[in-house]
Design a protein. Structure first.
Length: 87
């Protein structure tokens, strides 16, 4: 991958680009996880309000305010709605 550095073209292997891109992706995922764990979700079946760990939230399917989660009380999977949004 060519990079123009003060008028000179320097060739950098594509693997070096991964050294910068992958940590950036993990940093964004970490910041998103910190914000997501502060949210409270409500089960549509039993009405129980709960919070989940970051790894449940990062990898769950979601829409704007709902997430496909398992309720810790009734153990049913459903689209749980966002009850409280804290920033």
């Amino acid at each position: 991958m060519p990079i123009n550095w003060f008028g000179e073209t320097i060739w950098i292997p594509w693997q070096w680009g991964l050294l910068f891109v992958l940590p950036l992706i993990f940093l964004v995922m970490f910041i998103a996880a910190c914000f997501l764990t502060k949210n409270t979700y409500a089960c549509p079946i039993c009405g129980h309000c709960f919070r989940k760990k970051w790894y449940h939230l990062i990898f769950s399917a979601h829409t704007m305010g709902d997430r496909w989660l398992r309720c810790p009380q009734c153990r049913k999977r459903d689209w749980c709605s966002l009850k409280e949004h804290s920033l």
